[in-house]
Design a binder for this molecule. Structure first.
Ligand code: MIC
Ligand code: SF4
Length: 645
């Protein structure tokens, strides 16, 4: 039996373990990326490992998430990141150069290589045939230190693409269709590998859009084969030498196959407030809208913005709508200008922003009260936009611009002929905001600049013999890391300062969580949280583990966990246990007192089943399928302690 593409890349990077789904494997990592919001922590962690230089083939530090310099904090972070990059042999992408995933696709993605990034949308590079995986900052720091990346061998789902998309239906609709089938947890423990004759009708940025949104299905990664269109993309980027042809063997085996007939798809939208709340655009048509934003790492490539520009040559933006464009990168912006697209956007009535994440992570662009906002972003989790409650729809650029000109949600097929969009054979390349690493001798002389916003990492105490504490909060299914550790303009600038940011943990679900947790910590009790299915879905932000840990959280008891969040919890010594009998979820309440006697001993002896005494309610059992490495990390109190030991 032949190998599929994912298995081929894993096989050439396998350092330990067997390619059996569910078993722990260790992979050699060729490239890493970080962004500013997770990067400051990741580099503090890298520094604490004590190496002279990164050991990867390529590591890049991007500044794209927080570009609002309202005071010294954000500026401090940028300077810290830049001088760290200079010191340790890392590329630095300056603010304004664009969103990490778009820029990485343009300048660095290489077919057949492995990439981990401290951002959940790292699989975007799968559009250029990389095995690209989102991870916590500490895992990325370890990879920069030359250590392998550990994960469970995923199941490989073959997505068989047939046919060709019809006019006005786009790559985003393919992802939305899959989200409607798989939901936000259907990709857990899986890589989505695309194959079939439908692949050749999708350009690399379109493939990247589809791979990007695999993160919303909880998938470990998503990947396309590397073919003539990949070669054309790399040639257009002046990097044809990076091309290799890659695909699964003709008799490749998949754990599961999903057939998608592209010809049959139609414009879709994710309704408020979950990326898998998918409906046909035609079902929602006619609802008045007030804001439309085209941007984010999912949909702000040159093709996306040229399409919008072409539509605006024929129509003007509706007077009640603010149509905003956040270009994916400086390269997109410059090429758009060269092809006169920028002129069409401006004369069509677009409000133009700089290249970066901006409103996608709630850094500005909050919509008005009770107003529908359409966005080509990745996530519409409640309140992420900065307005609470919010009414965010996720749509394709086609649906976004059609709705912006009509003033109501509109099926783009109503606009008539699909505009012709031709992409250049060679992009204008401008790396003036991309700073290469310094040679080793020069790098050693660089002094890292740390302003007062860069707080040192706290220490993490090892696991006590017994764990005793109180469940401070009980939440339902699909709780996101945005619920646990919100972002947005008030909180994001505190990402480099754990004591400060921890005050916002669960802010929108239980505003006194931090205060109550610290009070329990003072009394020597630890804090627990009870969760439902897919606990911790969404981002890779390790602050959703680090900050609760700082407050004294040591136990998360849930029905199931999202992959990256579970790893982050383990990396920082919070025990993620699953209900053995999920129906017991109903019997627990916040305020319940728990005790796990001999937890440390049980972990050290490889136990997988743990008895939890609940005061006044009796005993329940929980399971934790920890590998030896994970047990050691939990006992040590953090992966950093373990690495130092
Ligand atoms: C997101 O889209 O949620 C983010 C912001 O990019 C996060 C990273 C972060 O929280 O810093 C992600 O996707 O991992
Ligand atoms: Fe940035 Fe949004 Fe992409 Fe996250 S999803 S990397 S916030 S553009």
């Amino acid at each position: 039996m032949g190998l599929n593409l994912t298995q081929k890349i894993i096989a050439t990077h396998l350092v330990a373990g067997k390619m059996v789904p569910g078993e722990e494997i260790a992979l050699r990592i060729d490239q890493t990326l970080t962004q500013d919001a997770t990067g400051t922590m990741a580099y503090l962690e890298f520094e604490s490992i004590g190496l002279e230089r990164v050991k990867t083939e390529l590591s890049v530090s991007y500044v794209d998430h927080n570009l609002l310099q309202t005071d010294f904090k954000n500026a401090d972070d940028h300077l810290f990141l830049q001088t760290v990059a200079m010191r340790y042999g890392i590329w630095f992408s300056k603010p304004g150069n664009g969103i990490c995933h778009q820029v990485h696709l343009e300048r660095f993605a290489k077919p057949g290589k492995t990439l981990i990034g401290s951002d959940s949308h790292t699989p975007t590079a799968g559009g250029c045939s990389m095995l690209a995986i989102g991870a916590g900052g500490l895992d990325v720091a370890m990879a920069m230190a030359g250590k392998p990346f550990y994960l469970r061998m995923p199941k490989i789902v073959g997505i068989h693409l047939k046919g060709k998309l019809k006019p006005w239906v786009s790559a985003r609709d393919v992802a939305l269709y899959l989200l409607s089938k798989l939901t936000v947890k259907g990709g857990l423990g899986k890589v989505l590998e695309y194959f079939g004759e439908g692949v050749k009708s999708l350009t690399v940025p379109e493939r990247a859009t589809i791979c990007n949104l695999g993160a919303e299905m909880g998938a470990t990664s998503s990947i396309f084969p590397s073919d003539e269109l990949t070669r054309a993309w790399l040639r257009a980027q002046g990097r044809e030498e990076d091309f290799v042809e890659l695909k699964g063997d003709p008799d490749a085996n998949y754990d599961e196959i999903i057939e998608v007939d592209l010809t049959k798809l139609e414009p879709l939208c994710a309704c408020p407030s979950s990326p898998d709340n998918v409906k046909r655009v035609s079902e929602e048509a006619g609802k008045p809208i007030f804001q439309v934003i085209i941007g984010s790492c999912a949909n702000s490539s040159l093709k996306d913005l040229l399409l919008v520009a072409k539509v605006l040559e024929r129509f003007r933006v509706h007077p009640m709508v603010s149509l905003e464009v956040n270009p994916g990168s400086l390269q997109v912006l410059e090429n758009l200008a060269d092809l006169s697209g920028l002129k069409s956007l401006i004369s069509g009535g677009v409000r133009l922003h700089q290249a970066g994440c901006l409103g996608c992570i709630g850094m500005g662009q909050a919509p008005p009260t009770q107003a529908i906002s359409l966005r080509t972003f990745t996530r519409n989790f409640p309140g992420r936009s900065g307005t609470n409650p919010d009414f965010i729809y996720l749509v394709s650029p086609e649906t976004a611009v059609a709705s912006a000109v009509k003033g109501v949600i509109t099926d783009p097929r109503e606009l008539g002929d699909y505009p012709e969009v031709t992409l250049p054979e060679r992009f204008i390349l401008n790396d003036s905001l991309l700073i290469p690493p310094l040679p080793e001798e020069e790098a050693k002389k660089v002094a890292i600049i740390r302003g007062p916003n860069i707080a040192p990492l706290p220490s993490f105490d090892p696991l006590p013999e017994d764990l005793e504490g109180i469940f401070l909060l009980k939440v339902g299914d699909n709780i996101t890391t945005d619920h646990i550790m919100p972002a947005g303009a008030e909180i994001l600038p505190l990402r480099s300062n754990l004591p400060a940011i921890s005050q916002y943990v669960f802010k929108n679900l239980k505003s006194d969580f931090a205060k109550s947790a610290l009070a329990l910590k003072e009394k020597g009790l630890c804090v627990g949280v009870i969760g439902g299915e897919n606990y911790g879905q969404g981002s890779s932000r390790e602050h959703a583990a680090l900050a609760p840990r700082y407050l004294g959280v040591r136990l998360k008891l849930a029905k199931s966990f999202a992959r990256i969040h579970r790893s982050n919890l383990i990396n920082f010594g919070i025990i993620p246990l699953q209900f053995e009998d999920p129906s017991e979820f109903a019997s627990l309440e916040s305020g319940d007192r728990f005790r796990i006697e001999g937890l440390k001993r049980a972990l050290l002896s490889g136990e997988r089943r743990f008895k939890i005494e609940i005061l006044g309610k009796g005993e329940i059992y929980a399971v934790g399928e920890f590998t030896e490495r994970e047990q050691a990390c939990l006992v040590a109190g953090s992966l950093l302690n373990l690495a130092r030991d």
